[in-house]
Design a protein around this ligand. Structure first.
Ligand SMILES: Cc1cc2nc3c(=O)[nH]c(=O)nc-3n(C[C@H](O)[C@H](O)[C@H](O)COP(=O)(O)O)c2cc1C
Length: 220
């Protein structure tokens, strides 16, 4: 049976994006939209989709949490033996999409993903709740497991080694846990408009442009 969804029609009327509104660089523009999204109090401002491709160019995408952004890129944390990590080892090109749909907005980021250095990962690791730290020891992310009991057995092992609960001695970082910074080569801001005549602006790195970025309006 197929479900016809053609009757679901949103009207994109939340706002506009004009060239005169744009910040000179895409991170400053992202920060403006980020602040507006956070102020709206929606779940979960940091959630974004990370797209990668494997050695054969086969794409896959999944949500992650963006934990930091600045001119150097967008930072995320994950398991370095996961499917996404295998993709990025074979092909560091990556793309992120933030979907702030209540505001009729999406932001696309394209660049390459580089592993974070140990000091950066350690600093973030130590800020994580102890339960999440134990969970990282319990997970062989993306591997096939026979059942949930296998995951819980690994958690029990970690608790036996490091102590259970929210309080207790520091949990060391598993050697396979780390993160990536996705650099910014291109960023696009999309604001939905009526009749599908959306506003789109793409920033591209361009050493000859003022501020180092060219900005072009794209057809919806
Ligand atoms: C809202 C949301 C946030 C997530 N954040 C992360 C994250 O920050 N890091 C992570 O490894 N997985 C995160 N996940 C789980 C991933 O979507 C995915 O299941 C996991 O990373 C394995 O992906 P892979 O097998 O493609 O490597 C999140 C899922 C959701 C729905």
């Amino acid at each position: 049976m197929s479900r016809d969804l053609g009757h679901l029609r949103e009207h994109y009327v939340a706002g506009t994006l004009r060239r005169a509104d744009l910040a000179a660089d895409p991170v400053a523009q992202f920060e403006r939209w980020w602040d507006e999204w956070v102020a709206a109090g929606r779940y979960d401002p940091a959630a974004c989709v990370l797209a990668t491709a494997d050695a054969d160019g086969r794409p896959s995408a999944r949500f992650v949490l963006c934990r930091e952004f600045d001119a150097h890129g967008f930072v995320l944390y994950t398991n370095l033996e996961s499917r996404k990590a295998a993709d990025l080892a074979a092909n560091p090109q990556a793309s992120l999409v933030f979907g702030w749909l209540d505001q009729d907005r999406q932001v696309r980021v394209e660049g390459s993903a580089a592993p974070l250095d140990d000091a950066t990962v350690d600093a973030y690791w130590s800020s994580r709740p102890r339960g999440s730290q134990l969970g990282a020891w319990a997970s062989t992310q993306s591997a096939v497991v026979p059942d949930r009991a296998a995951i819980e057995a690994r958690l029990a092992d970690a608790e036996a080694r490091f102590g259970a609960g929210d309080e207790g001695p520091a949990v060391p970082r598993p050697p396979y846990w780390g993160g990536y910074r996705v650099s910014i080569e291109r960023m696009e801001f999309w604001q939905g408009r009526p009749d599908r005549l959306h506003d789109r602006f793409a920033y591209r790195r361009d050493a000859s442009a003022p501020g180092g970025w060219s900005v072009e309006r794209l057809s919806p």
